[in-house]
Write a protein of this length. Structure first.
Length: 254
């Protein structure tokens, strides 16, 4: 997929908007869906239109629920993709961590919750700024790749840990993970991806969806390299688990 100047401008604009909203908000909570809508990617999203609307509603309702229990030691980021919620950030105690997950689990239309909240001090302004910058670089690198459908992934970064959410094939997931690992500033990649087969995506495309898989790399020089010249020295990736009926399974790649 070729990255046009307009796409890069959209990424920069959306990242800046999220930075202003997320870092200047009075409530210690970040909602993760607005940037994707602002980038105009709804039409090429592999989620159904109903799932996209549900995700926006889930994030808004989740924000209200977290505000009701928020305290001075809580900074929570809520991101919903295909009705699965990823929680990132920090809380003051294990009890708070469990309480946040419990209230999110009861939000309408939530299928499952991946709780990646840590117990301890919240990230600093500079760390959050850097995380947004890393997310932008990862997304731009995915768009630069010619053998992957970049819009099938949502990128969330917390203290250098990149979370890839989405609906993708095993090949696309492995390729996106490899690209993210090659971006400077990435400490670890965690895949929260619903793995589907190429035939399932083809069937979705025949039904009028937008899930057609990106072309697999053919013979020749191989897949396009990441746009970043830095590579995190990481050991081989852990294998993805089989696709689960209930959604994605988080898989860390250290």
């Amino acid at each position: 997929m070729t990255t046009t100047p307009f796409k890069r401008l959209a990424i920069a604009f959306a990242s800046g908007a999220v930075l202003v909203a997320g870092l200047s908000a009075c409530v210690p909570l970040v909602v993760g869906g607005a940037a994707a809508v602002g980038m105009g990617m709804v039409a090429t999203d592999r989620r159904s239109s109903g799932a996209q609307l549900d995700d926006q509603g889930i994030e808004l309702r989740a924000a209200a629920r977290v505000r009701e229990i928020a305290n001075d030691y809580m900074y929570v980021s809520v991101t919903s993709y295909n009705r699965q919620v990823l929680l990132t950030g920090a809380v003051g105690s294990e009890a708070d961590r469990r309480r946040v997950e419990d209230v999110i689990q009861r939000v309408d239309n939530v299928r499952s919750v991946v709780n990646e909240l840590t117990v301890g001090p919240s990230s600093t302004f500079q760390e959050r700024s850097n995380d947004l910058f890393v997310s932008g670089k990862v997304k731009a690198s995915l768009l630069d790749a010619k053998d992957i459908f970049a819009n099938s992934f949502k990128v969330v970064t917390e203290r250098g840990v990149v979370y890839l959410m989405g609906i993708a094939t095993r090949r696309e997931t492995d390729r996106a993970t490899d690209i993210a690992r090659g971006v400077s500033g990435v400490q670890k990649v965690v895949r929260v991806v619903e793995v589907v087969s190429e035939s399932e995506l083809a069937n979705q495309a025949q039904r009028g969806g937008t899930g057609a898989p990106a072309p697999a790399p053919g013979p020749g020089p191989g897949p396009a390299p990441s746009s970043s010249s830095s590579r995190v020295p990481l050991p081989p990736m852990e294998p993805l688990p089989p696709a689960q009926p209930g959604g994605a399974t988080p898989t860390p790649v250290r």
